[in-house]
Design a protein around this ligand. Structure first.
Ligand SMILES: [Zn+2]
Length: 433
């Protein structure tokens, strides 16, 4: 008999004491929210043992040359050069979430970001990190409490689970509305008046500028509040299904229905259902946004998609003028839809705000918070779908962002004329307005 290979040796080697200790901690994490069926725990897991385990066996100690350690160090040096006062909050939010995951991996055996079952809310990470660019509602700098680790991270100002139990307001049956709920209420009122006479557009009690709206979606949309929601699962399933379709042979009516459904799901996951909201218009009740899908190419401007604010409409062209015999790929169609929906959502923003230009309207409605929000949404979709082709779409979004800002800044008129050719060269897809 030949000698066993190293792979075979590895597979028959019994786990080390440290590996068994980590397994015990994983079993504890997995049973954290169970009321019965606790695991048999094979190794000690008192505070001293688990600290010693970290000190001799965490990835950072075991393998200090690991690429993951190097990645952490590189990000540390990069982020430490940032001016924290001026850096875009969404960028910072994303980076801190990444640091959370990396610290867990380096020191805590990935236990804190481990996905565990919860009785009422499906699977969630053992610990979630909520980051807010405001003063803490509790008046504390940091608060760690097991009950608050998930629901409170997403809803910092709602009454449930609040430490201010003595507050008489909490005794009333209706909990006080959180700032986020008030902001959503304001946006609903803005949407309701969208097609009415402008004199009917009232003054609203909370801000609804582009930055507030982007942060509202990022911190409070359903996809963030409840990532294990069945609605997120349905979106991920639909994505996985449609991505396998050969779009050329699909009946246009079927594809259209599917895209309308995707619109409704994206609206519910990220935009509080505002874009599908039915509102009054001179022509009768209609949704805030109508999605028109055209099984042809744009004969006039060669766009892939376009937002028409006055008509409350977006148009998607499924074909490309360079090879109209083929429909665009699902990745490009979904990327275009997401881009136009971001325009439509920010189309509700307060245009009178002093920073509306910089945040939303500049660069032909591709202001700073347009890109920040779009990138965040694309990253969240990446998390849900884990799709390599969607990763390509994120690269396209990055490329579009640099090209568009550069062109508009340098030479607005002439640059826009040659926009299409340059953009196609850089990203392989048409740009949309
Ligand atoms: Zn655009």
């Amino acid at each position: 008999m030949s000698n066993p290979t190293s792979q075979q040796i590895k597979s028959i080697t019994p786990p080390s004491i440290e590996e068994r200790e980590v397994q015990t901690l994983e079993a504890i994490a997995d049973s954290q929210y169970l009321t019965e069926g606790w695991p048999m725990l094979g190794t000690p897991h008192d505070a001293r043992s688990i600290i010693q385990l970290l000190m001799r066996h965490s990835l950072a100690i075991r393998d200090p040359e690991s690429p993951r350690v190097k990645q952490f160090v590189n990000r540390y040096y990069e982020v430490s050069t940032w001016n924290i006062q001026t850096v875009n909050f969404i960028r910072l939010h994303y980076e801190l979430q990444q640091f959370f995951g990396r610290l867990d991996e380096l020191f805590f055996f990935g236990l804190l970001t481990r996905s565990v079952a919860r009785p009422s809310s499906g699977r969630k990470n053992l610990l979630e990190l909520g980051i807010f660019d405001t003063v803490s509602a509790e008046g504390c700098y940091g608060l760690c409490s097991n009950q608050r680790s998930t629901s409170a991270s997403a809803k910092p100002t709602t009454g449930s689970g609040s430490t201010t139990a003595s507050s008489p307001k909490l005794e009333s049956k209706e909990p006080p509305k959180s700032e986020a709920e008030r902001q959503i209420g304001t946006l609903e009122a803005v949407a309701d008046g969208l097609f009415g006479p402008s004199r009917h557009r009232g003054r609203y009690d909370t801000p609804y500028d582009g930055r507030t709206m982007a942060l509202l979606s990022i911190n409070h949309c359903l996809a963030v509040q409840d990532p294990s929601s069945s609605r997120v699962t349905r979106f991920a399933e639909q994505y996985a299904e449609v991505k396998t379709w050969y779009l050329e042979t699909i009946d246009f009516e079927v594809l259209k229905d599917e895209l309308w459904q995707l619109f409704a799901r994206l609206d519910e996951l990220f935009f509080f259902g505002l874009l599908s909201r039915k509102v009054d218009s001179p022509m009768g009740r209609r949704p805030v946004l109508i999605v028109e899908i055209i099984d042809d190419y744009d004969k006039k401007c060669h766009y892939a998609g376009r937002y028409l604010p006055k008509e409350g409409k977006i148009r998607l062209w499924l074909r490309d003028y360079r090879h109209p015999e083929n429909r665009r790929s699902f990745r490009v169609i979904l990327g275009t839809l997401l881009h136009e929906l971001t325009h439509a959502y920010l189309g509700l923003a307060d245009k009178k705000h002093e920073n509306h230009g910089k945040w939303v309207a500049d660069c032909k409605s591709h202001g700073e918070y347009f890109w920040a929000l779009l990138q965040y949404l694309a990253e969240t979709i990446m998390k849900f779908t884990d799709s390599p082709s969607w990763r390509e779409e994120m690269d396209v979004i990055d490329a579009e962002r640099s090209i568009r800002c550069l062109l508009v800044r340098i030479q607005p008129a002439s640059a826009l004329a040659s926009f299409q050719d340059i953009a196609v060269g850089a990203s392989g897809t048409d740009l949309e307005f």
